[in-house]
Design a protein around this ligand. Structure first.
Ligand SMILES: [Zn+2]
Length: 416
């Protein structure tokens, strides 16, 4: 069976030019004793907006690993696929993030609900989970509620899994189930029973992506109480271990945090909790590589700086259109966006400093950062110039990409 390693990181590279710089960060972490499996992820939404195909991501991953002589496992993730979108990914991907968000809240058949409660009912009442001091409470009514909310989604996950398995063959790919793109977070009790449902569907699940409390906006830090998150995360970790035992799920099943990148206030908590229990983690990052490309081009100055200024100015004009697909994962305070006239006079340092996520830097502007994050569509409309500039300035851009992944993410999470 294709097995995902204990530590893995999901890397987004929207335009497919930075795989080598991302891999360099993985290789460096390996030298420092943290063996991390790279997983290149790209969603259907990103493919459509940019006009790329899943085979492009496969080609990038194969090429950069070959060029670097990287002999360890790596994966290509069909990110957030569902029954409608999975087909075009089956040829190129060996990691599938089965997104059941849109099926949550739909009701399964009464007989199916009854069968599930029949099988899992023994866990209702007080659920004793090793590692969690107080037993988790789950009344019969609550269990009924969980089944009504999630069983249909679990069945759909089973359907999607079977479809992939038919095409790729059992054991030839890694399966993740994601439920993060919903409004309401799942509690640890819910997570336990959802894992039970997925096990009953026969899904050899290796990662599960729950929705945690708080906001995980793209490319900026966590909005919420990090200490509360830590308690929730630790309970989820214990619940996953218990579910592996009770439901016979794969031993290496681990939590996948769809972080949206840059959750700096959470990384030390996640890191110390997984080390305390000797557990694995999959940290999925968003396509912030694009932001690093913009920062690198800004630093390069001249035509490259003018190009990214133009992107920003056009993003102000098209703000509603650009933000719409990302409404649930960005929070932009429009009043705090610098006006076009002002930005057009900025130098490299000011532009790069406004975008680069250095907490405490007075120039850093998370609103501008989030807007640029969703503005990649504008670069996709000018790929001739954009790719030429990336090529001309690949040293500076590559350094930005590397430093972002290595220093700001990997070092913080793995305590390097
Ligand atoms: Zn996600």
């Amino acid at each position: 069976m294709k097995k995902l390693g204990k530590y893995s990181i999901g890397l987004g590279d929207r335009f497919g030019h930075q795989g080598h710089a991302q891999l360099k960060a993985i290789i460096e972490a390996g030298k420092k004793g943290s063996d991390i499996t790279p997983v290149w992820n790209k969603s259907n939404r990103e493919h459509i907006i940019i006009g790329t195909q899943p085979s492009d991501v496969r080609l990038e991953a194969d090429t950069v690993t070959k060029n670097a002589g990287f002999k360890k496992p790596y994966f290509v993730d069909a990110d957030h696929i569902n029954l409608d979108t999975v087909d075009k990914f089956t040829g190129s991907s060996d990691f599938f993030t089965v997104d059941v968000a849109s099926y949550i809240g739909k009701r399964a058949d009464d007989t199916e609900i009854k069968n599930f409660i029949g099988a899992a009912g023994k866990f209702a009442g007080k659920l004793e989970v090793p590692g969690i001091k107080k037993p988790l409470k789950c009344s019969r009514a609550q269990l009924q509620n969980i089944a009504e909310n999630y069983l249909f989604a679990a069945k759909k996950a089973g359907e999607i899994y079977t479809k992939i398995e038919r095409s790729k063959g059992a054991g030839n790919f890694v399966t993740e189930v994601s439920m993060d793109e919903v409004v309401t977070p799942q509690t640890p009790v819910e997570l336990f029973f959802i894992l039970g449902m997925l096990a009953f569907e026969g899904i050899p699940l290796q990662t599960i992506a729950p929705k945690f409390s708080g906001r995980f906006n793209k490319g900026v830090d966590y909005a919420g109480d990090p200490l509360k998150f830590a308690v929730e995360f630790e309970e989820d970790l214990m619940v996953v271990a218990h579910a592996i035992k009770e439901f016979g799920l794969p031993e290496n099943l681990k939590i996948s945090v769809h972080s949206g990148s840059d959750k700096f206030t959470l990384y030390s908590h996640i890191g110390s909790i997984i080390r305390k229990y000797d557990k694995g983690i999959h940290l999925k990052t968003a396509g912030t590589t694009w932001l690093e490309e913009v920062i690198g081009l800004a630093e390069a100055g001249g035509e490259a700086l003018d190009f990214v200024k133009e992107i920003y100015i056009r993003s102000l004009e098209k703000i509603d259109e650009l933000c719409a697909p990302y409404a649930d994962v960005i929070d932009i305070d429009i009043k705090s966006l610098p006006p076009a006239g002002e930005v057009s006079r900025w130098n490299s340092k000011k532009f790069a400093g406004s975008l680069r996520h250095i907490p405490g830097n007075p120039e850093y502007n998370p609103n501008m950062r989030q807007l640029i994050h969703v503005a990649y569509k504008l670069a996709a409309q000018k790929t001739d110039t954009f790719f030429r500039l990336l090529e001309e300035h690949k040293q500076v851009v590559g350094r930005c990409v590397y430093e972002n992944i290595y220093n700001r993410h990997i070092c913080r999470l793995f305590d390097i």
